[in-house]
Design a protein around this ligand. Structure first.
Ligand code: GLA
Length: 395
């Protein structure tokens, strides 16, 4: 289900890129805003200006603090589209939305497909960008054959996969999401580990240890991450921390913690930042990365995600100004907080522009506005809010 949605999002990005190339263009659903914002713009989001932001504005604003990047599809790294130009001009790090996942790289036994990952890695190296490799193990992108046979078969297959991938890129890639989303989905569970296809096949959680150990063996200098979502909620955060502590206590090679930050526009910045503080408070020297940030303009209940029921109504092409502004205030507060926390070394968005986000398809098909740039690749209110300290966010 979710994977289909990811594919759809990928197709959307390809369609968008083609539209942009062909001059057809996606229809504007949010008006552009001025490149040099006035001190107190009454309706700055309605400006006619379509100027691109200054070269390097976003990455330079946070230079010396953390890298800023985005997860992309390999067709987005090009100098030939507006979106590609944004990537080049504003980010100093990239990763993959999908093409670095196991079911893409190793769909069948003995078949390896490195085309997308190679293209992204080559592009990053050629343009002096950092790379986040996401992810070596995720229950949702595990090909069925990975989990066939005995526990020993599964271990050997996982080790062979991780060794192959890490060895291929180890001269160019240092940052690896080793395991993704291994925390339980039950906020009240006393066992913090996810009951997943991996846990069932292996019989316990040893696969997590195997993954980290294989990655470290393939590259002793690799920086190895665990990654998860929903950590602004205390229950999930505590479960995440319990797993991190358990891995550290048992000497599993873990260097960093990923915080996805798929958050809604009305989230509380302090709760979001508490996720970073909880890791810092372990005093284990762990690095923090924000790995998949996007800010949905919907605040759906759990049943919308689980059963596509009671989802918020589609805003269509008319996003209310107060949501755009609240989104900008939230992100500004989060970025200020991140900049104050020295353990944060990278912030990645999950995509570049609104039209291409997976959130237009998940949990239901609907127009979303979760990213830094609008459907015509103009910077949005929150882009200015995090790059210009004097910018006044419209009411
Ligand atoms: C999770 C995964 C990502 C991506 C997103 C959106 O957050 O970690 O790899 O698939 O879902 O689908």
């Amino acid at each position: 289900m979710r994977l289909n949605q990811v594919f759809l999002a990928g197709l959307a990005s390809i369609t968008l890129a083609l539209n942009a190339c062909g001059g057809g263009g996606a229809s504007p659903s949010q008006a552009p805003i001025a490149a040099t914002p006035p001190p107190s713009p009454p309706t700055s989001s309605n400006s006619e200006s379509k100027d691109a932001p200054a070269e390097g504005l976003l990455r330079d604003t946070y230079a010396g603090r953390f890298k800023v990047g985005a997860a992309l599809y390999s067709n987005q790294v090009t100098q030939d589209t507006e979106e590609g130009a944004i990537v080049n001009s504003q980010f100093n790090s990239i990763g993959a939305e999908y093409e670095m996942k196991p079911d893409f790289i190793a769909p069948e036994p003995g078949v390896y497909n490195f085309e997308g990952a190679d293209r992204l890695v080559d592009y990053a190296v050629a343009n002096d960008m950092e790379i986040r490799f996401h992810a070596l193990l995720w229950h949702e992108s595990t090909p069925d054959y990975f989990l066939e046979g005995t526990r020993e078969d599964i271990k050997a297959r996982l080790e062979a996969y991780i060794t192959t991938v890490v060895t291929r890129y180890r001269d160019r890639v240092k940052i690896w999401d080793v395991v993704n989303e291994v925390v339980t989905e039950d906020a009240n569970a006393t066992d913090p580990y996810r009951q997943s296809n991996w846990q069932t096949a292996v019989g316990n959680n040893d696969y997590i240890d195997w993954a980290f150990q294989a990655a470290r063996a393939a590259d002793p200098d690799a920086i190895l991450f665990i990654n998860d979502y929903g950590t602004r909620f205390e229950g999930k955060r505590n479960q995440y921390i319990e797993i991190i502590q358990d891995l550290l206590d048992r000497g599993i090679p873990l260097d960093g913690v990923g915080h996805q930050f798929h958050i809604p526009w009305n989230a509380n910045a302090e709760n979001v930042l508490a996720s970073i503080d909880a890791v810092d408070n372990l005093f284990a020297g762990l690095v923090n990365h924000v790995t998949e940030m996007d800010v949905s303009v919907y605040t759906d209940p759990g049943e919308c995600w689980q059963e596509q029921r009671n989802c918020d109504e589609d805003y269509g092409s008319e996003l209310p100004q107060n949501i755009d502004s609240t989104q900008a205030r939230l992100v500004k507060a989060i970025f200020e907080g991140l900049a104050e926390r020295p353990s944060v070394e990278m912030v990645h968005f999950w995509g570049v522009s609104d039209g291409q986000s997976w959130l237009n398809f998940s949990p239901i098909e609907r127009t979303n506005y979760p990213l830094l740039f609008d459907r015509e690749f103009n910077p949005k209110t929150w882009f200015y809010a995090i790059t210009d300290p004097n910018y006044v966010i419209p009411e």
